[in-house]
Design a protein around this ligand. Sequence first.
Ligand SMILES: [Zn+2]
Length: 276
Amino acid sequence: MFRTCSLFLPAVVTLLVLCVGVYSAPVEQKYDTLVAPSLFEGDIAGIAPRGGFKSSDELSAAISRNGIRSGKWPGGRMYYRISDNFNSTERQVIVGAIAEINGNVSHFSLIRRTNEIHYVDILRGAPQTGCYSYIGTVGGRQVLNLEAPVAPRDPHCIRHGIVVHELMHAVGFYHEQSRTERDNFVEVNFPNIAQSKWHNFQSYETHQVTNFSQPYDYDSLMHYGRFDFANDRTVWTIRAKGDVQGKIKIGQRYGLSPIDILKMNAMYTGLEKKLN
Ligand SMILES: [Zn+2]
């Protein structure tokens, strides 16, 4: 009897260990709660009022108020907090995105917040909350929302390129195709875009944004892709000017382009005054 048990018991333990190894209970998803703001250009918060702009003047006023010329982080120091609701893998992605910016700029740093008043709060958003950020510093706590994945194999917003893209908004950058002279470089296929989304393809004037005298950058992390906002996903919405066959690749979500880095350095070294 005892001998049987002593043989049987290790087998049960082994079986249990194997079972636990094979079956892991679903991990509980934790989200940060937030009031979703109205979004401008798909992922920029704090500019567009609900229902859109009534006039182009209203749009201009909003951009001037929150724009690249007035929203720099004092001393080139942007403080951030990462929500505890991210799991360790997701946190690693965010830390990697922060490292990409910190490793490429010399007069600007993303610094973990201790008790600073003005900071970016990086939140793990529930499904359907989107990926978005404010442009530059807007004062106090400002949300940078990363919609969390529903399926484990779809990281959704929590991908390196997307996180760097949203952080670039927080640093103070609009989308590349918003540049003043963009019509010389890209064309927009408005018939394939819902009219309610046309504002996403607005270009800005020189008093609103500065290009730091850098050339137009099809490869920018901040450029839209060829089919973004399409009604018919098989038809382009934005393409390099005259590029009927789609040979010139526009937009990417892998990491900072060389020109993205040059512009970020220029923004925080005061070089734009000399370059303009
Ligand atoms: Zn964006």
